[in-house]
Design a protein around this ligand. Structure first.
Ligand code: AHM
Ligand code: MG
Length: 334
């Protein structure tokens, strides 16, 4: 009987094609995968182990943390700090970077993550996920700095997400396409079930939080209005709409059947350029989407080209099916 390709096997086979690869990256990715399995288990047990509800604390963004935000952040740190592949980590849940403690060896990579994206959904039992991005640590100095993390998305070595939905999946790119793995809980392994995921160029489905409509700028107003007008409008066809409020779930749907996801620039809070964070939400998702043949933009520029200015910087995000995202971008230029 053929058991299918495990994620470890897949990564090792990919590494064989890279000249001079030391195995460091493969080993790092293994630890990330383990962290996602542990998080999957904790999220799945939920109320049985008392992890639901608020932690009664705030993160750097001023958002109330869920107990699971705090627990999953800790899981990611403990799983990835010890092995000697990383110089430092950064997370949505930590104001400052986390240099690898002196008791462990330091390595050449940086890990950035959102340990539990869409966590407002956990109490209502809707899909949440983990997003991660791996960068090379550029600094010559032995002490990693925030500056080392401020690299444009095109520099990412790897990006991925785990989705804790009706099944747990891990979706990954190292810059050679996008592959999806499903967790087989009986054997504790992610198995390759979705090779070469691609996003159809056309779609009739969009996702946006319509309660913010009055704050949107003209190009997004126009795009959504035209979709809503359906068959009798300028697009001449009906559109469907979704909003899960969990970016991982939205991107996963788009990778599966196409679509457009928008968290655009709005005037709700003039101090914020958008809601989603560049380093651990927009960049890894944009890398995955582009690798699957989609497009990702702020409306004005390609997200992966942005030079980050801060660890927790926010950006507008419009991503998904090529032809629709290009249309929204064209409306920004009109
Ligand atoms: P989080 O990282 O605090 O969970 O916030 C990010 C999430 C995204 O997953 C999702 O697309 C968005 O916030 C939903 O925002 P809203 O509640 O404004 O619709
Ligand atoms: Mg998030």
């Amino acid at each position: 009987m053929h058991n299918g390709t495990t994620i470890t096997q897949f990564i090792i086979e990919e590494q064989r094609h890279i000249q001079g690869a030391s195995g460091d990256f493969t080993s790092l990715l293994n630890d990330v995968v383990t962290a996602c399995k542990v998080i999957s288990n904790v999220v799945n047990k939920g109320a049985l182990i008392g992890v639901m509800g608020s932690a009664e604390s705030e993160n750097i963004q001023g958002e109330t943390q869920k107990k699971l935000d705090v627990i999953t952040n800790e899981i990611f740190i403990r799983s990835n700090e010890w092995a000697g592949h990383l110089a430092a980590m950064a997370s949505e849940e930590m104001e400052e970077i986390y240099p690898i403690p002196a008791r462990y060896p330091r390595g050449k990579y940086l890990l950035v993550f959102d340990p539990l994206d869409g966590s407002s959904n956990v109490d209502v039992n809707i899909s949440v996920g983990t997003i991660f991005s791996i960068l090379r640590c550029p600094g010559e100095s032995p002490e990693p700095s925030t500056q080392d993390f401020l690299q444009p998305g095109v520099e990412q070595v790897c990006a991925g997400y785990a989705i804790y939905g009706s099944s747990t999946m891990l979706v990954l790119t190292t810059g050679h396409g996008v592959n999806g793995f499903t967790l087989d809980r009986d054997i504790g392994e992610f198995i390759l079930t979705h090779p070469n995921m691609t996003i159809p160029a056309d779609t009739r489905e969009f996702a946006i939080n319509a309660s913010n409509q009055r704050f949107w700028e003209a190009p997004v107003q126009r795009y959504v209005e035209e979709c809503l007008a359906g068959k009798t409008g300028p697009r001449g066809r009906d559109f469907n709409m979704r909003w899960v409020a969990s970016m991982v779930a939205e991107v996963h749907r788009i990778l599966t059947r196409g679509g457009v996801f928008m968290y655009p620039k709005d005037t709700k809070d003039p101090a914020r350029a958008g809601k989603l964070r560049l380093l651990y939400e927009a960049n890894p998702m944009s890398f995955i989407v582009e690798q699957a043949g989609g497009v990702s933009s702020t409306g004005l520029e390609r997200i992966l080209d942005i030079r980050p200015e801060g660890l927790h910087q926010r950006v507008p995000v419009i991503l998904g099916s090529k032809n629709e995202v290009e249309r929204v971008v064209a409306y920004h230029k009109a």
